[in-house]
Design a protein around this ligand. Structure first.
Ligand SMILES: O=C(O)c1cc(=O)[nH]c(=O)n1[C@@H]1O[C@H](COP(=O)(O)O)[C@@H](O)[C@H]1O
Length: 271
């Protein structure tokens, strides 16, 4: 998917919501456990109930890998279901990969070609030759971890390296990579106060912003400091939406939570 197609979808739906699919069999409604593929059935129900309210889905690969072969098959069914039924929706493989060049190429093939995701999250710390293999894919997007939502972000990312915070070095250096127009970045919603400075370095790039809801990040602050003329934001919520109910009404309740966020986004876009 091109960035322009994503922007068009945001404008049409008046939403920049990304629903995170972090499926935990201990948290999903009991009745789904009787089905042949509880992970896929859960995702399908959530997608059917929320696709008109969001512009992206982000399956977190850990939650599939944890269930072995069945988990990976459920991931494949989920991305195929999205690509076949909702091709306009932006898909993110939250895999946080990155390795030496030839290995990164294989990761890129796995997520961009075999599974046909639009984007994948990547850890930047192995540098240029670990990121560029992902950037080589046309109309696919590489979402680099810049300043993450968790407390551990302060261990390294905000530390000064040659007089500049490491996450700023990541932003600046990544702009020099071949095909850097295919880059997006992760900035946690819990780090909204850093967004003004981040926008000075990457004024137009899309940001994937996790951490609203369960982690306490604030949507209004993120938009105030991080929004661009083309919105430039994908706000992710996982647990706050998909586990709002663990009863038979789970998909309907998820849709209510998604709609509340979408309405908040619409109000910001129309302000
Ligand atoms: O790359 C991510 O998506 C990510 C980066 C980050 O800094 N913080 C973060 O929470 N995430 C992911 O975003 C999702 C957040 O989930 P909730 O806190 O349940 O909304 C999880 O899948 C995390 O792995």
């Amino acid at each position: 998917m091109t960035t322009q197609q994503l922007i068009d979808q945001i404008k049409k739906k008046k939403s920049f919501l990304c629903v995170g699919l972090d499926v935990d069999l201990n948290k999903i409604p009991q009745h789904l456990l009787q089905t042949e593929d509880p992970i896929f059935e859960f995702n399908k129900a959530i997608i059917d109930a929320t696709h008109h309210l969001c512009v992206a889905y982000k399956p977190n690969i850990a939650f599939f890998e944890a269930y072995g072969l069945k988990g990976w098959q459920a991931l494949e069914k989920t991305i195929n279901y999205l690509n076949q039924n909702h091709p306009e929706i932006f898909t993110i493989a939250d895999a946080k990969r990155g390795d030496i060049g030839n290995t990164s190429t294989m990761y890129a093939k796995a997520f961009f070609e075999d599974l046909a995701f639009d984007s994948v999250t990547i850890a930047p710390y192995m540098g240029k030759d670990s990121v560029e293999p992902f950037l080589a894919f046309k109309d696919k997007h590489t979402i680099l971890l810049a300043l993450t939502s968790n407390q551990g972000a302060f261990d390294f990312q905000t530390k000064l390296v040659e007089g500049k915070e490491l996450y700023k070095q990541v932003l600046e250096t990544s702009k020099t990579y071949t095909n850097s127009e295919n880059l997006m970045y992760v900035v946690g919603a819990t780090k909204a106060e850093y967004l003004s400075e981040i926008r000075q370095i990457i004024p137009d790039s899309f940001l994937l912003v996790p951490g609203v809801g369960a982690q306490g990040g604030n949507l209004q602050d993120v938009c105030k400091y991080g929004m661009t003329k083309d919105v430039g934001l994908l706000i992710n919520s996982s647990r706050g939406i998909i586990y709002a109910s663990n009863q038979e009404d789970f998909a309907q309740t998820a849709a209510q939570k998604a709609e509340a966020l979408q309405k908040e986004m619409q109000a910001i876009l129309e302000a």
